[in-house]
Design a protein around this ligand. Structure first.
Ligand SMILES: NC(=O)c1ccc[n+]([C@@H]2O[C@H](COP(=O)([O-])OP(=O)(O)OC[C@H]3O[C@@H](n4cnc5c(N)ncnc54)[C@H](OP(=O)(O)O)[C@@H]3O)[C@@H](O)[C@H]2O)c1
Length: 257
């Protein structure tokens, strides 16, 4: 179900699980949506512009009041630094602020489900270069596509690491999952010649989206028991530092409120 074609709360079959996939209209998110035996709400940019805090909040209010799983898979990249109308660097806005808002805002709906989970497709433990630029998170100094992407990757690790601390006792299991290189079509975000190079490399070295979706479906069908699990293509990796996570939550709090 797409939110545009189905009213929020209008679950087709109340006995089915409801899975919300932010970024469910393309790439890995769409392949995962296609594979699930559930009422799937596939969110794309036609439903809400997730680079906007205001639109993300309005979207949350339109979603059902019971959700079994939330998948965070929306993202976009840019070679040039783009600032949203609300003053946020765009990669950070969709990759971090929207994910924070969705997880935080949909938490009550998730906690009404019997076995809730959040699956965050991210860069967990993947690339050591990733770091949060604490003194300049909007990257006014030294923006590059790689710097912005790596900051988002690192921040998502910290979003997961901080969730359980922020909501102790919540039944929601949070899974950070880095699928590594997937032939998802994401090269369309790049200008030429990078688009052709990345697209060609993805065809040769990337995992097909349907194959990348298989372990994600398994996680949604049987959420791991721990409050937080961090996996790189299915292999457990060390969990990020909770102190850094608390620092990121504070940074976000001062950014969006
Ligand atoms: N592909 C990889 O190799 C890889 C590797 C590691 C991690 N990941 C992570 O996995 C996730 C999915 O990657 P992917 O390659 O499948 O992505 P993708 O093919 O580029 O799909 C991105 C999704 O985000 C949505 N989106 C983009 N801009 C939006 C906006 N402004 N508002 C609302 N939705 C928006 C798109 O919706 P519309 O189509 O409607 O615009 C689409 O559904 C990303 O978080 C990525 O960082 C991917």
């Amino acid at each position: 179900m797409c939110l545009l074609s189905g009213a929020a709360g209008g679950i087709d079959d109340p006995s089915m699980r409801t899975v919300v996939i932010a970024g469910g209209t393309r790439g890995i998110g769409r392949a995962l949506a296609d594979s699930l035996d559930a009422d799937v709400i596939r969110l794309g940019s036609a439903d809400a512009d997730l680079t906007s805090v205001t639109e993300t909040r309005a979207l949350i209010a339109r979603l059902p009041d019971r959700i079994d799983a939330l998948v965070l898979s929306a993202g976009c990249f840019s070679r040039r630094r783009i600032v949203t109308g609300e003053g946020h660097e765009r990669t950070f806005a969709i990759g971090v602020l929207a994910r924070y808002l969705l997880a935080d805002g949909l938490r009550p709906a998730l906690e009404r489900a019997p076995d809730p989970m959040i699956l965050n497709l991210c860069g967990v433990g993947g690339i050591r270069a990733g770091r949060v630029h604490w003194d300049d998170p909007t990257l006014t100094r030294g923006y590059s596509l790689l710097t912005a992407t790596m900051q988002v990757a690192r921040s998502n690790d910290l979003l997961g690491a901080g969730f359980a601390d922020r909501y102790p006792g919540s039944p929601i299991r949070y899974v950070l999952y880095n699928p590594l290189f997937v032939d998802s079509g994401m090269h369309r975000h790049f200008d030429q010649p990078a688009r052709a190079l990345v697209g060609g490399a993805a065809k040769v070295f990337g995992m097909p989206v349907t194959k990348a979706a298989t372990p994600l479906k398994a996680l949604l069908d049987a959420p791991p028991p721990a409050p937080l699990t961090a996996l790189r293509r299915g292999v457990p990796v060390p969990l990020p530092d909770p102190a850094d996570a608390a620092r990121l939550y504070e940074l976000i709090r001062t950014t969006v409120y």
